[in-house]
Design a protein around this ligand. Structure first.
Ligand code: XBP
Ligand code: MG
Length: 255
């Protein structure tokens, strides 16, 4: 059975459902701390998710909602400061353990480790957020399980640009054909596809109706043996959860 040499995971929406009750709440706390009357409700935030990157999302909101920001000359630094506050609130929120991993994520990561399959992260979010999520939702010390954590500003162009996946592949020193990406959104899928990666998509409430053309599989989630996934689009697969035998059948078909 041919297996991928590395699995590359997106974070927000893929490892955990972090956006509505995590990032969005943290943004609103930071706005309140700054004395702003900005409030991102779940619907507004869902539309803003089309813009990857928290700083870029704040700037986009200011530009498109006539939101009054700083009078200071250095608007970029003001946005960066607001975003640092948001990241503080978000990592504090993750400490409470109220945002669990999505179904099948922990199981697949453990199975990959036991099988000697390398793992990496390719995400738009800030590195501090990745470490906090892994430490508190996966396992203490689990950040070290990932050979590469490609996050946030390590690349200039964020998803849907391919840069973050290209960065991860370069540090893995692997060709995209040897790897498999896991994503949740249109922007993330475009990023992975443009980097040459085959991609499995697990949808969530914010991304359910997005265009996932080009994905190998579109699933409700990675599934558990006692809680099967639902195949929404893609090749017919045997099995009830994304495990090594399913990945092997995918790679056997293509090799
Ligand atoms: C999702 C994003 C991030 C988060 C917020 O990242 O676009 O911007 O919404 O995190 P991905 P930051 O799906 O690639 O994991 O505020 O730290 O950007
Ligand atoms: Mg995502």
């Amino acid at each position: 059975m041919t297996l991928p040499q590395a699995l590359i995971f997106d974070v927000d929406g893929t490892l955990a459902d972090t956006e509505r009750d995590g990032h969005r709440v943290a943004f609103n706390k930071a706005f309140q701390e700054a004395g702003l009357d900005w409030v991102w409700d779940p619907e507004t935030y869902g539309a803003l998710l089309d813009v990857a990157g928290g700083k870029e999302r704040i700037k986009h909101y200011m530009d498109t909602h006539n939101a009054i920001g700083p009078t200071t000359a250095d608007a970029a630094e003001w946005v960066a400061g607001l975003h640092r506050a948001k990241t503080r609130y978000y990592t504090e929120l993750l400490l409470t353990g109220t945002i669990p991993l999505r179904p099948g994520v922990g199981r697949l990561i453990q199975q990959a480790r036991e099988a000697g399959i390398r793992t990496a992260i390719a995400t738009t979010t800030t590195a501090d957020n990745v470490h906090a999520l892994l430490e508190h939702a996966l396992s203490p010390g689990s950040s070290a399980w990932f050979e590469v954590i490609a996050a946030g500003d390590v690349v200039a162009a964020k998803k849907p640009a391919p840069d973050i996946y290209a960065y991860a592949l370069a540090r893995l020193n692997l060709p995209p054909q040897a790897c498999l990406a896991f994503e949740d959104s249109y922007n993330g899928l475009q990023s992975a596809l443009q980097a040459g990666l085959r991609t499995v998509v697990t949808v969530n409430d914010y991304t359910l109706n997005q265009d996932f053309t080009g994905a190998e599989l579109v699933l409700s989630d990675l599934g558990e043996p006692d809680a099967p996934f639902v195949v929404l689009r893609g090749c017919s697969v045997d099995g009830q959860c994304v495990d090594l035998s399913l990945l092997g059948s995918m790679f056997d078909q293509s090799s």
